[in-house]
Ligand binder design. Structure first.
Ligand code: AHR
Length: 333
């Protein structure tokens, strides 16, 4: 064979090799495809997933972390878990380290809504599917594969509807809001305020952030009571932990939570049911933290290039004092 013929033959072989490799590539699962023979399907045992959690600010968050870790163990998924300690910078570092480790899928619950474009673009350029869990981010839809979580705006509307009934459509409210700039804080406020516009005799006296933390809820409620005193008819706490902290502040002030000051909150964690049974909390709107199963289901579908829902929406209920003791034994978190 002449040198020219050999060269022609090598070029054909190289092109054939490239074509067969490209044929097994999937745009949203580039890395997994390189380790997979053409046509094979990945199972949970093959998956390596990185998850950038917010922290451990509430009973809800602890239940959410437990759901992810227990589900990963049960399914045999390798989960690389990073605790962001409430800091966006730490979550960004975690994502960069997951990219460097070439995980199959990255998940994140973004502590705040904005400031993610650059790092999410890096994830996309690395060809790794990205799932937003629990909290969404203000980024173009093309920068993430799926969002799994609740409709926070609807939760705000439900909370307002409960409040309207408890107040017979008139009275003064104070609001304990969550982390400033976070999706649940922004959306729950939007839903609550939208519904409140139909009730001009209900007034919001004040709203302050308690950062979704019980101790902060107590501290801020104490300050609100010092400022507004007995003019406060009701409290809307954007999560149960802050409501539970506020209950302590109200008792220390000498008023009766759930009676003198009506209270509606969000999450439906066990302690909220105990507070409802004790008559100290009037209603709680569920926010399902058990997101481990839909998260890994979506992750597996993504690496196998199967169809997924862009928003896997949780179904959330409303719980009140009258059914709290029946419901408590059924609660999983
Ligand atoms: O993002 C969900 C919220 O975050 C929960 O309502 C709250 O408890 C948590 O910390």
């Amino acid at each position: 064979m002449t040198i020219a013929a050999l060269c022609r033959c090598s070029i054909v072989l190289i092109v054939l090799c490239m074509l067969s490799a490209c044929g097994s590539f999937a745009p949203s699962a580039a890395r997994s495809a390189t380790t997979q023979p053409t046509g094979s399907t990945k199972t949970y045992g093959d998956l390596v997933v990185g998850f950038a959690q917010i922290g451990a600010e509430s009973e809800w968050r602890t239940a959410n972390t437990r759901s992810l870790q227990e589900t990963a163990n049960r399914l045999g998924v390798e989960l690389k878990f990073a605790d962001g300690q409430q800091q966006q910078e730490k979550q960004i570092q975690a994502i960069r380290s997951f990219i460097a480790q070439r995980v199959d899928v990255i998940g994140i619950s973004p502590v705040v809504e904005t400031g993610w474009d650059a790092v999410f673009t890096e994830v996309q350029q690395a060809g790794i599917p990205l799932i937003l869990l629990d909290r969404h981010a203000s980024v173009p839809d093309s920068l993430f594969s799926a969002f799994i979580g609740s409709d926070f705006v609807q939760q705000g509307r439900y909370a307002c509807q409960e409040m309207v009934k408890l107040l017979n459509s008139q009275g003064n409210i104070v609001v304990l809001e969550g982390t400033i700039g976070s999706a649940p804080t922004i959306d729950r406020r939007a839903g609550f305020d939208e519904c409140l516009r139909d009730y001009p005799q209900i007034h919001v006296l004040d709203r302050q952030s308690g950062d979704f933390i019980r101790a902060r809820g107590k501290e801020v409620m104490k300050a609100l009571l010092a400022t507004h005193g007995t003019r406060i008819d009701a409290l809307f706490a954007q999560n149960d932990d802050m409501a539970l902290g506020a209950i302590e502040a109200i008792e220390e002030y000498g008023s009766k939570p759930g009676v003198d000051i009506k209270i509606v909150s969000i999450d439906a964690v066990r302690s909220a049911f105990e507070a409802m049974i004790a008559g100290k909390l009037n209603a709680t709107i569920e926010c399902d933290p058990l997101l481990g199963p839909p998260f890994f289901d979506t992750a597996l579908k993504l690496v196998n290039n199967q169809p997924i829902h862009k928003w896997v929406k949780s179904a959330d209920n409303i719980y009140r004092q009258d059914t709290a003791s029946q419901e408590l034994p059924k609660r999983q978190y």
